[in-house]
Design a protein around this ligand. Structure first.
Ligand SMILES: CC(C)(COP(=O)(O)OP(=O)(O)OC[C@H]1O[C@@H](n2cnc3c(N)ncnc32)[C@H](O)[C@@H]1OP(=O)(O)O)[C@@H](O)C(=O)NCCC(=O)NCCS
Length: 164
């Protein structure tokens, strides 16, 4: 096989671990650019703290110091359903398998808790399909959505809540 045919080896130096309260500032800093780009909804600090209970960070050592480069959480709604939330990997660290590892950690957490189904609402659907997510459940059961407010309203409301 020619050298150009082979994929470059993926770097695997990151670790995935449960999020701790001390990680809050770093997680907020990680998510902020994606909120600005409207790829993620802005969360109140209190909402993020709740999500962190079933949240995971990707951490690696850079210049001798630990650095958080990814985050995802699974929000547990009921025994039946969980949702992947706030999935983000720092732009400079994408394409190394970190996002996949974070989603797997969330799915495993839900599995251990006995949750039946995990869903994700995302524009990165091809990424999620590679991880086993699909548009319908076995037996052709599908999720149907009814939008009550535009996501733009939610962005506006959050900004108003935060104004002095
Ligand atoms: C989506 C995201 C988390 C992926 O993180 P990542 O660490 O780059 O993902 P991985 O390296 O594990 O990628 C796994 C595979 O998915 C592919 N992939 C990654 N992001 C993709 C995307 N947005 N669309 C389609 N495919 C994507 C990768 O090319 C890779 O494919 P390969 O296995 O054939 O090489 C990252 O791009 C991100 O933070 N995006 C902005 C935030 C966002 O959109 N979050 C919502 C997602 S639910």
């Amino acid at each position: 096989m020619k050298e150009t045919d082979s994929k470059p080896a993926k770097k695997t130096e990151h670790v995935i671990r449960s999020a701790h309260y001390d990680d809050l500032d770093n997680i907020q800093a990680l998510l902020e650019p994606f909120v600005q780009q409207r790829k993620l909804l802005r969360r109140l600090e209190s909402e993020l703290i709740l999500l962190m209970a079933n949240g995971f960070v990707a951490e690696l050592i850079e210049d001798g110091k630990p650095k958080i480069v990814g985050f995802a959480a699974v929000e547990i709604y009921s025994r039946k359903l969980g949702e992947i939330q706030c999935l983000a990997v720092d732009d400079g660290y994408q394409g190394r398998g970190i996002g996949s590892d974070l989603v797997r950690a969330c799915v495993e957490r839900a599995r251990k808790k006995g949750i039946l189904e995990v869903m994700a609402i995302s524009a990165s659907d091809e990424f999620l399909r590679k991880l086993g997510f699909d548009y319908s459940l076995p037996e052709q059961k599908r999720a149907l959505f009814f939008q009550l407010h535009s996501r733009d309203d939610l962005f506006r409301d959050t900004l108003q809540d935060e104004s002095p």
